[in-house]
Design a protein around this ligand. Sequence first.
Ligand code: SAM
Length: 279
Amino acid sequence: MSEEIPPSKTQIKEYHGKDFGLFFEPSSILYDQSSSFQHITVIETESAGRVLLLDGLVMFSELDEFLYHEMIVHPSMVSHPDPKKVLVIGGGDGGTVRELLKYPVEKIFLVEIDPEVIEVSKRFFPKISESLNSEKVEIINSDGAEFLRNSKEIFDIIIVDSSDPVGPSLSLFTESFLDDVLSHLSGKGFYVSQSGSPIFHWKHLREFFNLVRRKFRNADIYLVPVISYPGTIWSFTVGSLEMDIKEIRRKPPEGLRFYNTDIHRSSFSLPNFVKEIFE
Ligand code: SAM
C-alpha cells in the first residue's frame, strides 16, 4: 500500500470516475478566480510544470501539452495542400495557434469566449501564449457558434479546441453548428474537433461522430495519448468534403516532438474497443 499522504500537502483533484482520477500536490496556486464563464485555476507543480484547469478540469499541463496541441493541428495541416485561412474556436491558451504558425498561413481567427483565459495564459504560460501576439492572428471574444453563424468568411481549416461539451462548449457540438461549419468550409477544407475520451465519454463520442458522419462526405477519428486527460487516450473527430485526411500531402515542420508521418498514419488505426463504440 502507498504510504499515507502527509496531511500538510494541498491536493488538487480531478475525478475521472466516481472513485478515481488525477491529483496534483501543487507547490503553489498561482491563480484561482472565476471569470464570467468558468473558474480558472493555474497551479505550479514539480513534476508536470504549470497546469491550467477550467472548472476543475485539466486543460493542459506544461509536461504534456505538446501531445495534444501537435495532434489537433498537424494531421489536417499536413494533409491539406495549401491552407491559408484558419479558424480556431476555443484555444485561448495559444497552444493550437502556436502549432499553426509553423506553416505559411495568411490568417488565423481565434474565437475564444473567455478573454480571462487569454489574459491568464499570457501571464502564466508565456511560451504557449506568445503566438497570440502574431500579426497573422485576429482574436475575437465570442461564442464560437455565434461567430460562425454570422461570419462571411470561408475557412480552409476549422479547429474546435474547446473544453468538454458541458458549460460554454455545448454550442460547439450541435447539428446547427455543424451546418454552419459546412457552409464556411472550403471544398478542400478540414474540420477538426476535440471529441473527448473514448473510455469515459464514449456515449458523447458515438453521438457526435454519427452526427459528423451524417453531415460530411468523409468522417474520421484519430487518437492521441495525453497523460493528464481522463483515460489518457483522447480523440479528435474530422469532417471533410473532398479530401481524405489520412493522405499526407506536405512535409511537416521541423522540430515537432510527437507528430510525424508514421504517427499520422497510425493515429487513425482504432483499437477494437473504440471501433465497437460505432458498431
Ligand atoms: N485542450 C483543452 C481540452 O481539450 O479540453 C481545451 C483548452 S482551451 C483552454 C478550451 C477553451 O475553450 C477555453 O478557453 C474556453 O473558454 C473555450 N470555450 C469554451 N466554449 C467556447 C465557445 N462556445 N466558444 C468559444 N470558446 C469556447
